[in-house]
Write a protein that binds this ligand. Structure first.
Ligand code: ZN
Ligand code: FE
Length: 252
């Protein structure tokens, strides 16, 4: 199978949209605003065929209307959130998946940041929106700690080499927070150095991958004895450890 090309497009202050293209098909994931997307399309000589939304928030859907008008692109988003996705044409869910040319795209329903949040899995790449970030996870606007804990666990079932494309450049702050919980984690220390270097040069820190998140993201490391010791929660349930990490991050 031909391989997909993925390009990162910085939008707004710290959002990322992504172009996914192959053989005449070109999708944008989470277009916050139209202009940065149209600039990259023009530079590459590409025509947009699809708009994919991981969730309804304006900073992930703000470009839908203009881009759909310009290109006649088909808008694909969570069926459960049809009413809140601007200009939606195709609602998808975990049971059905979706076809992007020759590529069958899996959908994972990952509620908690929003009730309808989904992740799109293309071959060996996952677009996680505001559910899983590099060393972080989204705020619980419409769900409980248990819901986010389960959604992250679902994402962690993907192969370790799956590339993770998330919705925001929050990585440096997430790394600083992670180190408060797990200062002795060597993988985390090394990743912090890489992230600092990338940001100092103005480079994005995406994509990550699932294996790297398992080694460095505190929100999926509720079993870490160092994190549990920091939180004084040695014997607690994993979901309670997760809830405490999320609570601390909210005010970090
Ligand atoms: Zn959001
Ligand atoms: Fe967002």
């Amino acid at each position: 199978m031909a391989s997909l090309q993925i390009e990162t497009i910085a939008c707004l202050k710290d959002n990322y949209a992504y172009l996914v293209h192959d053989a005449g098909l070109c999708a944008v994931v989470d277009p916050s605003e139209p202009e940065p997307v149209t600039a990259v399309l023009a530079a590459r000589g590409l025509k947009l065929t699809h708009i994919l939304n991981t969730h309804h928030h304006w900073d992930h859907t703000g470009g839908n209307k203009v881009l759909k008008e310009m290109f006649g692109a088909v808008v694909v988003g969570p069926d459960k959130d049809r009413d809140r996705i601007p200009e939606i044409d195709v609602g998808v869910n975990e049971a059905q998946g979706w076809l992007f040319g020759a590529h069958s795209v899996r959908i994972l329903e990952v509620p908690a940041h929003t009730k309808g949040a989904i992740a799109f899995i293309f071959d060996d790449a996952v677009f996680t929106g505001d559910t899983l970030f590099a060393m972080g996870c989204g705020r619980l606007f419409e769900g409980t700690p248990a819901m986010m804990h389960a959604s992250l666990a679902k994402l962690m079932t993907l192969p370790d080499d799956t590339a993770v494309y998330c919705g925001h450049e929050y990585t440096l702050n997430n790394a600083r927070f992670a180190l408060t919980l797990e200062p002795g984690n060597k993988d985390l220390q090394a990743r912090m150095r890489e992230v600092e270097a990338a940001r100092a040069n103005g480079h994005p820190t995406v994509p990550s991958d699932i294996g790297l998140e398992k080694r460095t993201n505190p929100f999926v490391r509720t079993g870490s004895s160092e994190i549990r010791a920091t939180l004084k929660m040695d014997k607690a349930e994993a979901v309670d450890v997760f809830a405490e990490i999320r609570r601390r991050k909210d005010s970090f």
